[in-house]
Design a protein around this ligand. Structure first.
Ligand code: PLP
Length: 453
């Protein structure tokens, strides 16, 4: 139901009351925010840190497992988990040990270590692809993979799904606006018109995919196996089969980005659904919090890619970076994949996400709102729209004011949700009590929102 000006004013009052409460309980964060504003752009080291619902940034003091403490001594149940970077829990002990061991014995040398061999084998075991490279971030990995795809196919364009997110990769920051490809709203300093580099289709729209691939100029479709950055939108039955068939038939490479969807299991949705991508990217969680990502490829792609990056003119292929694959990051990946994010960890985490989903669904039903909750493995997210929606519809239905209130209300009651999502992620240390605490806080806040409608 659209908000009227009077219920919007009452929602603002609710939000004001939560801001007052936050102000009163975070004096040390307030002081640090004041100091930080002097030297840091917008008072933070990275702009997304201003995107929380708080009136000024929450300064973290420490975090372990599913818990986080701020500089004022407040303790939180953390369902944000660094927006997936800490999906293995904050500072998983074996990863922390491996990092400190490696930190004391050589952090970076532009040389491989034995850990890299173990990591390559483990990535192949989990995702099936045969050859791997390590990057610092999933953004970097996607950028390198797309460059390789253009090199392999000698085609210029990339195809993405509407409202996808694959990091700050220019070609992917494009959306559909009344059927036209345009730059995603808010992108700063774009290089060239989005339509010159990118084709965009709605996720699950097989006809549109076929039509766009028929142009014969797409090097690569880059796809999350389920969209996770506009709420969660699951693939329709048969969609992945069609995607694979159409990409093969049109000589287009398929790059699956498992950076978020590794929440589905140790091999992400690629292993769960038996997908057969030509390339695959996975970032964030695999380093246990250390910046690290990996991109893998089939033997066929590797044959062309290997030559290209080994013999570049003047040694510059446009792929790789000084600190990519550094010994410290690779040690963290090895420890994280060896001791967390294993099948037995997902067996604990996924039922907790089911419990979170059920609690949220019950609360939505009780409140009589047309909202929905969707789960994928150990990740779940609510959205102020019905479950049966396209990404374009999800974007149009986003209700920033209501969701900001829900986030700040939860934070003031010691529960952290992911900013710019309404998402909760379970880590191996999350408990059923943590989930139930979220449910009760959510029910209270959603009841307040519903009473305004
Ligand atoms: C699916 C997906 N791929 C890639 C990225 C980029 O990750 P990073 O910001 O760590 O480079 C993100 C970030 O949210 C993502 O959701």
């Amino acid at each position: 139901m659209p908000s009227t000006s009077s219920n919007s004013a009452r929602l603002s009052e609710l939000l004001d009351a939560e801001e007052e409460r936050y102000l009163a309980s975070h004096p040390r964060s307030l002081a640090l925010a004041g100091q930080a504003a002097k030297s840091l752009l917008n008072g933070v080291p990275m702009s997304w840190m201003t995107h929380w619902a708080t009136p000024f940034p929450l300064f973290m003091q420490r975090a372990n497992g599913a818990r986080l403490w701020d500089v004022d001594g407040n303790e939180y149940i953390d369902f944000c988990l660094g927006d997936t970077g800490a999906m293995a829990g904050h500072s998983p002990p074996r990863t922390a040990e491996a990092i400190s061991r490696r930190a004391a014995t050589g952090i970076t040398a532009i040389l491989p270590t034995e850990d890299a061999v173990v990591v390559g084998d483990e990535l192949t075991r989990r995702f099936g692809l045969l050859k791997w490279q390590i990057a610092m971030t999933a953004t970097d990995a996607n950028r390198y993979a797309l460059r390789l795809a253009r090199h392999v196919t000698r085609r210029p364009k990339v195809l993405v799904f509407n409202w996808c997110y694959h990091g700050t990769v220019d070609e992917t920051l494009a959306v559909l606006d009344s059927g036209r490809v345009t730059r995603r709203p808010g992108v700063v300093g774009p290089t060239q018109p989005a339509g010159e580099t990118t084709r965009v289709v709605e996720f699950n729209d097989v006809d549109a995919l076929e039509r766009e691939l028929a142009h014969g100029d797409v090097a690569c479709v880059i796809a999350e196996p389920a969209l996770t950055n506009i709420g969660i939108i699951l693939p329709d039955p048969g969609f992945h089969d069609a995607l694979r068939e159409l990409t093969r038939a049109s000589g287009t490479l398929l790059l699956i980005d498992e950076t978020h969807t590794i929440c589905a299991g140790p091999g992400g949705m690629t292993a769960e659904l038996g997908l057969e991508p030509d390339m695959l990217v996975v970032g964030k969680a695999i380093g246990g919090g250390m910046p690290a990502a990996a991109y893998g490829m089939t033997e066929a792609v590797a044959r062309v890619a290997g030559e290209a990056v080994e013999e570049p003119e003047l040694n510059i292929s446009g792929i790789g970076g000084t600190l990519s694959g550094n010994a410290l990051a690779v040690a963290a990946v090895r420890a994280t994949l060896s001791h967390t994010l294993r099948a037995e960890d997902f067996e604990r985490m996924i039922p907790l996400a089911e419990r979170w989903e059920a609690g949220v669904r019950d609360a939505i039903e009780e409140c009589g709102l047309q909202w929905s909750v969707t789960r994928l493995g150990c990740r779940a997210e609510y959205w102020p729209a019905s479950g049966d929606r396209t990404a374009a519809e999800a974007a149009a239905m986003a209700d920033d004011e209501a969701t900001s209130y829900l986030h700040l209300h939860a934070l003031n009651r010691n529960v952290l949700l992911t900013p710019f999502h309404n998402m909760a992620l379970m880590c191996p240390d999350t408990t059923a009590d943590d989930v139930d605490r979220h449910t009760s806080v959510f029910r209270e806040a959603l009841g307040n929102v519903a009473s305004l409608r």
